[in-house]
Design a protein around this ligand. Structure first.
Ligand SMILES: [Zn+2]
Ligand SMILES: [Zn+2]
Length: 346
């Protein structure tokens, strides 16, 4: 079968590989659609910690597939359309004990630690099936929309830390694919005011089309002043930081209202993770700074429900779909920064 593999040393290759095999209670899926994520681009650039040296693996962790005849098993029948929560936890370590399955010490993930879905078929280990990682796609939802479940689950995990109420004002810093997904999610949740700060005019316009109520152009105006202007001088109730720029992390604290919450969603490069923050502001204004990374199966379930409640809002997030044979072009488009979500249909 055809598969798009990381070959080590920053090389990606679409090649013929032996058929994915399943053993015992594994589930084999015929891949229908898979999304390209910032993580995939990071792997392709050779910058991902799990892909150092000569690691060879098929990428693709945001995907939807049909249960293959070769593996139909309890609970699923041939042809069922399913989306997969890719992160598999051990259930025994300290992080799992705290319910932080996404931070599992023995973390495995389809498309990261094992072969993923940029291929004609993908194997889902029995352990993942037993843990509930395989979710049926609702009949009303297309496969391409269901591909968004995984990235939305990550955004939703970050948004949950903000403890929002409908009357809140939220500032989203950065309107790349994740920032835009956050705007769409906040909008679906009925958040009253969504302010988006983004340097690119076209991305600001995209943010408005997904539900932003105001935008800030941070190279031309002060993010903090503009947020205060829009909130009677109070600042935002919550700030979602979706861009890996240290100054933005600093400003997010200044732009947050008394008692407000901030989520550091974006990850900074490993060797440049330090940011200077105003501890006095956190102290006197009783701010809560939170972080979030990846997602759990429960986040994926919640994301699927959110998508189901408003699928049309999310349709516009998919900029373009390519065939598996065109996957190099799909990666190029995704890396260009011009697209929101690029998917591969197989
Ligand atoms: Zn991803
Ligand atoms: Zn664990």
């Amino acid at each position: 079968m055809l598969a798009y593999r990381y070959k080590g040393l920053k090389e990606m290759c679409l090649e013929e590989v032996p058929e994915a095999e399943c053993e015992g209670d594994d589930l084999l899926l015929d891949v229908v659609a898979a999304g390209i994520c910032g993580t995939d681009l990071k792997i392709a650039r050779g910058e991902h910690r799990l892909f150092q040296g000569r690691v060879e693996r098929t990428l693709g962790h945001e995907f939807v597939g049909r249960v293959s005849a070769r593996s139909a098993r309890t609970g699923f029948v041939e042809g069922d359309l399913v989306a997969v929560a890719p992160n598999i936890s051990c259930g025994r370590c300290f992080a799992c004990g705290r319910g932080k399955y996404n931070a599992c010490e023995n973390y495995e993930s389809v498309g990261l630690t094992m072969d993923g879905a940029f291929a004609e078929r993908v194997r889902i280990p029995a352990r993942a099936v037993e843990q509930g990682n395989v979710l049926r796609v609702p009949e009303s939802m297309s496969a391409s929309i269901a591909v968004l479940m995984e990235p939305i689950a990550a955004v939703l995990r970050g948004v949950k830390t903000l403890q929002l109420r409908p009357e809140h004002t939220v500032a989203v810093c950065g309107a790349g694919p994740i920032g835009i997904l956050a705007v769409a999610v906040l909008s679906t949740l009925g958040v009253h005011q969504i302010i988006v700060s983004e340097v690119s005019a076209s991305r600001r316009a995209a943010a408005v089309s997904f539900g932003a109520t105001a935008t800030v152009s941070p190279q031309e105006e002060s993010f903090v002043e503009r947020v205060r202007e829009l909130t009677e001088g109070n600042g935002a109730d919550a700030v979602f930081v979706a861009t890996p720029v240290p100054l933005v992390f600093q400003e997010s604290i200044e732009g947050t209202a008394v008692g407000g919450r901030i989520n550091f969603f974006a990850g900074l490069p490993n060797d440049r993770g330090q940011v200077v923050v105003d501890a006095s502001a956190i102290h006197y204004r009783e701010l809560v700074i939170t972080g979030s990374a990846a997602n759990t199966t429960q986040d994926c379930r919640d994301a699927m429900k959110l998508l189901e409640s408003d699928p049309q809002r999310y349709a516009g997030l998919i900029s373009r779909s390519f065939s598996l044979k065109e996957i190099n072009a799909a990666f190029d488009m995704s890396a260009s920064g011009e697209a929101l979500k690029v998917i591969v249909e197989i």
